[in-house]
Design a protein. Structure first.
Length: 116
């Protein structure tokens, strides 16, 4: 049974916005750092953003100012608001969870495609 389930991906045009969601079925969501990664075709998976259990936030330089990560501990969900999307943002987006620094839990991914 999947523990992290992403949703919200799709096909959009450059400049559009999308909001990704990742629902966590584990009972320990609030104690974990949650993150978003992405993997474009032919490229390695890369870090996008993370939010700690205390609310500290970090972004990759490539998305800073355009993407916003947030979490709702009551709903056990982490979000990624993506604005001003670019074709180079096209990728499969994954959410992941860690408590030790190693991401132990991963979702199945959701496809985001940005057309020019």
């Amino acid at each position: 049974q999947a523990q992290l389930v992403e949703s919200g991906g799709g096909l959009v045009q450059a400049g559009d916005s999308l909001r990704l969601s990742c629902a966590d079925s584990r009972r320990t969501f609030s104690t974990y750092t949650m993150a978003w990664f992405r993997q474009a075709p032919g490229k390695e998976r890369e870090f996008v953003a993370r939010i700690t259990w205390g609310g500290s936030i970090y972004y990759a330089n490539s998305v800073k100012g355009r993407f916003t990560i947030s979490r709702n501990n009551v709903k056990s969900t982490v979000y990624l608001q993506m604005n001003s999307l670019k074709p180079e943002d096209t990728a499969v987006y994954y959410c992941a969870a860690t408590i030790t620094g190693t991401y132990d839990f991963w979702g199945q991914g959701t496809q985001v495609t940005v057309s020019s």
